[in-house]
Structure formats: C-alpha cells, structure tokens
Design a protein. Structure first.
Length: 221
C-alpha cells in the first residue's frame, strides 16, 4: 500500500463540533429558539439533503446553501437574502475550526514511513483548502482532491479514480480513510481502493471491514 487518501470533514477536521456550535449561535441571532442538540440535528438533516443534491450535481454549491437556509429558517428568501444568511452561518462556522489532535501526528508518521498522503473531500475546493490552512495542516503539503473538481462527489467512483490517477498509482495501492461508511468506505471499495472506517463514536461496532476508533490506530501495510 503506497498511498492514503483521507476524508477531511470529521476525519482530519472536526466539522461536527464546529457546525453544532455555529448553528446554535446563528439560529439564536435569527430568532430561533431551541436546544443546541435539537437545532444541530435539524440543521444536519437539512444540510445532508441539499448537500447530497449538490454532490449529484442536481444543484450548484451556491444553490445548496440557499436551500439549506430557506428550509431551516422557514423563510422564502430571495437569492441575495439567502446568500447573506448562509454567509452569516459560515462566519460562525469558521470560528470553531479545529483539526483533530490525532490528525497531524498520523500524517507525519505516514510521511516518515514513505507513504504518500492526500485528502479526498466532498466539498468545494476553495473552502476545503481554507480549512486545511486555518487548522494548521497546510505545511504538510498533502495534495487536495475536492469533489468540485469532478463530475460528482463520493461515493461516485470518479473522485476516487481521479485522485489515484493524479497520484500516479493504481487503485489497489491506495487506501481511503474516512468516517462515512456509505460515502468513504463503500465508495472506495466500489472503485477498487482499500478502505478503513474511522468510527470515532462507535457508531458501527458490527462493521466487518477494517475499522479504527482513532487515527492513532491506523496501520498501513
């Protein structure tokens, strides 16, 4: 195994914590009342729906943001109002960007072992590159492969195969590591890569494939 592709959100980067605190502050400013966990769960459900539509290229990245805020806030915003509301959410989201503590040591360990390390993320390149920079991982010089570079996002095979091609390696010499069983693991396996499920919160104890609870446990042979 010569290369590892890491997912970004909730694998190297603590997206869920940042989103949960962001939506609580943002919703409060917008006059929505509720418990943080309730608001977070609702935002996650709305976001997942419209982000999947973006990954399938049914709508643009900008349109998925507009649809998320319209549905969550139950407001019939015009384009400018929706863009302003989503930009305001993203301002709050950026306040709590953090890498997981096990991210940098794992990447450095793999580099020391001669393993090529890249990032394959279902996100818009500009924002995902900014995350890597802001959380202090940009100096590790990992090639970034974003779903915005491909006709569709993971689990479509094209992002996996495109990343392997850019690395100059066949899929069977590349391992995908991510937190999503259907998107990262099943998508990678379907494209001919190896895959490791990062299950930080023990959501898939019955998974019969490679599964780790921390990146510290990652071992590539």
């Amino acid at each position: 195994m010569r290369a590892v592709l890491f997912d970004l959100d909730d694998t190297l980067f603590d997206h869920s914590t940042a989103a949960r605190s962001a939506v609580a502050r943002w919703a409060s400013e917008r006059g929505l009342v509720g418990e943080e966990e309730q608001l977070s769960s609702r935002w996650r459900s709305v976001s997942d729906l419209h982000y999947r539509r973006y990954q399938a290229r049914e709508i643009t990245f900008e349109e998925q943001g507009r649809e998320r805020v319209r549905e969550f806030l139950a407001r019939d915003f015009d384009v400018a109002e929706a863009d302003e509301a989503f930009d305001d959410y993203r301002r709050h989201y950026r306040m709590d960007w953090r890498a997981f503590p096990d991210a940098r040591p794992t990447i450095e360990r793999l580099h020391a072992d001669g393993v090529v390390v890249g990032v394959l993320t279902n996100g818009a390149r500009e924002q995902q590159a900014l995350k890597i920079e802001r959380v202090g991982l940009a100096d590790l010089r990992m090639p970034l492969f974003a779903s915005s570079d491909f006709p569709a996002g993971k689990p479509d095979p094209r992002p996996f195969l495109g990343a392997c091609e850019e690395l100059g390696l066949p899929p069977d010499q590349v391992t995908m590591v991510g937190d999503s069983l259907p998107i990262d693991v099943e998508g990678a396996l379907g494209a001919g890569l190896d895959a490791v499920l990062l299950d930080r919160f023990d959501a898939h104890p019955g998974h019969d494939g490679a599964r780790i609870r921390s990146l510290d446990e990652l071992s590539i042979h």
